[in-house]
Design a protein. Sequence first.
Length: 429
Amino acid sequence: MSSKTIKVDYLARVEGEGAMYVKIRDRKVQDVQLKIFEPPRFFEAFLRGRQYSEAPDITARICGICPIAYMMSSIHAMENILGIEVEGGLRALRRLIYCGEWIESHSLHIFMLHAPDFLGYESAIHMAKDYPELVQRGLRLKKIGNRILALIGGREIHPINIRVGGFYKLPTRQELRSLIDDLQWACDTAEETARWAATLPFPEFEQDYEFVALHHPNEYPMNQGRIISNKGLDISNDQFYEYIEEQHKPHSTALHAIIKERGDYLVGPIARFNLNFDQLTPRAQAIAREVGLLPICRNPFQSIVVRSIEVLFAVEEALRLIETYEMPDRAVVDYKIQAGVGHGCTEAPRGILYHRYKIDEKGDILDAKIAPPTSQNQGRIEHDLWQFVEQQIDLADDQLRSQCEQLIRNYDPCISCSTHFLKLDVDRA
């Protein structure tokens, strides 16, 4: 046949609306487009005119799976403006609730969205018939993460207890200790999950990525750190747009981010792992070595293993924070409203999430900018697809289609947090 078109009209296990187009001529890839046609959501626009204190609750609605990331990036940006330093028990609680988000988000992706690709099932529901224990394990791990969010944040979806300067209400030491038994089970289970994930069949596919993640001198990054890369980037949060450029692509309603004068880059679990391995717990480091992730992981299909290692780390870190928790005297620190521009960047499960705000002397938001991890990864996803299709160009169309879908899911892309749709066109001649 002189030309072929392959379409995937409904791909679950990817959040949002998008399409992929691959053009092949004379056994060469001529064009790859990851088309994002999700309608714009205008969060940056309707934040303008709202009070600085409303930003965490408004931005939390951007994502039901990683609301903490949006809340914390906005809070850090506002605290940057207001000169607020949150330390001690309040800072520990913020890190603890972030652990809960990593546990629930990674567990959802590992067991429900990504495992069916490796095991040959259409969905986790179909997989459950033959692997009931695997699905039950994922559901229980996710529930444990959700419990942390509900206990500290007030509810599992779009928490309401986090605010600029601290919290509205503090949990007691006894309430936090009620999580210990579940977390101890989760610790052993996360270790087993990493070993299991490492046995899955991974295509041979390594790329020369520029990994970008936060780095903190004293801890594995979640809430704070400088933005670094393996190719020399080392900047503070307020320098983000000095080095990162967002570009509009005609085929996408989402902006593509590049490092100026260098090109696309990779954020997310693999980037964090490679740039911050020494900050993992000894147990997590040992499992990573045991399953062969070192000296450095460059295969995006192995992201499922790295996510398992991060679940283990997040569970261990949650246990440590609970054991050392002392209830602070106050739920929020004192501060005064002032005009200014502030920057915040935290590590969402899918990678760095950057916020910038400008507020006036009354605390009204004059301008807002948000760079989510999926938009930062979109150019890299297209590049991976291009390279992968060229290497696998002799595969049958059905097989090529399914492996391209799997490659996209390596990134756990959160396109819009609404519908689930991917349309795939492969144009051959």
